[in-house]
Design a protein around this ligand. Structure first.
Ligand SMILES: Nc1ncnc2c1ncn2[C@@H]1O[C@H](COP(=O)(O)OP(=O)(O)OP(=O)(O)O)[C@@H](O)[C@H]1O
Length: 243
């Protein structure tokens, strides 16, 4: 396969500790009864995945199969328990609406904050500021504290900042669902543009027609393991068979 490796996941696993008791009293009762107060849950088995530069990959799977956990490992917002995850180039994305925004700051201030967190220098932010604001199209709310934003308004600003950082690897997790139809279409067109420019996309979504539109490759996860990896249409068919 052509192209350098953009995302490399080697033997990455992740487990979570599920607590069954929440108070000291409850914990004591469970301990006396000899019941475990927590259990370890493996969200991702040691997993390998390689994404080449310019590929657009959908992570598919039922609820709880590990898609978002894998995307968080790629984003670096969570560390794997074992193995390693490497990303080549500038990374940006939308994992959770509102993440990376400070509630007490206005939209305008958050554009500067978020863009610099994503690696843009002050001069570049100034140069692209009007474009970012025009794409977000949130009118007078730009000067309102973002704590008063609706989830769609958050999405508008966050998406706009993220795409204007010109990322090499762009990650999208389900968040587009909170945008209205017109904005969602604008985002999809923009994501297609990024892809046409040769940037790498990793998308998590249950919207299968959207996934077929945006992605060339589908990776199906089941209980934290890759059970299918190949062209997106057969991958979606495989997923539909297990849903
Ligand atoms: N912080 C956490 N603490 C405990 N369990 C977690 C945590 N994050 C995820 N999990 C569990 O790990 C499993 C995988 O979660 P993940 O969010 O990756 O699934 P998903 O495939 O993205 O699901 P969905 O399609 O429902 O969004 C789930 O069972 C989830 O409950």
């Amino acid at each position: 396969m052509a192209g350098r490796v953009a995302v490399s996941v080697e033997g990455a696993s992740k487990h979570f500790r599920l607590r069954h008791t929440h108070s000291l009293k409850e914990g004591l009762v469970w301990a006396v009864q000899g019941r475990p107060r927590h259990e370890d849950f493996h969200a991702l088995a040691p997993l390998d995945l390689e994404v080449r530069e310019g590929e657009s990959v959908a992570l598919l799977g039922r609820n709880g199969s590990g898609k978002s956990t894998l995307l968080k490992l790629v984003a670096g917002v969570m560390a794997p328990d074992t193995g390693r995850v490497r990303v080549r180039g500038r990374l940006a994305g939308l994992l959770e609406v509102g993440a990376g925004f400070h509630p007490d700051l206005t939209g305008r201030e958050n554009v500067h904050l978020n863009a610099s967190i994503l690696g843009m220098g002050p001069a570049t932010i100034r140069a692209r500021f009007e474009e970012i604001v025009a794409f977000a199209d949130i009118g007078p709310f730009l000067d309102t504290q973002v704590r008063f934003y609706s989830s769609g308004m958050f999405l508008r600003l966050a998406f706009s900042v993220a795409v204007h950082t010109e990322p090499d690897v762009f990650l999208v997790d389900e968040v587009l669902a909170v945008g209205d139809e017109a904005f969602r279409d604008k985002c999809l067109t923009r994501i297609e543009q990024l892809s046409a420019e040769g940037r790498t996309l990793v998308v998590v979504s249950h919207d299968l027609p959207l996934v077929e539109r945006l992605c060339g490759r589908g990776v199906v996860l089941d209980a934290g393991r890759v059970v299918h990896d190949g062209p997106v249409v057969p991958a979606v068919e495989r997923l539909r068979a297990v849903l």
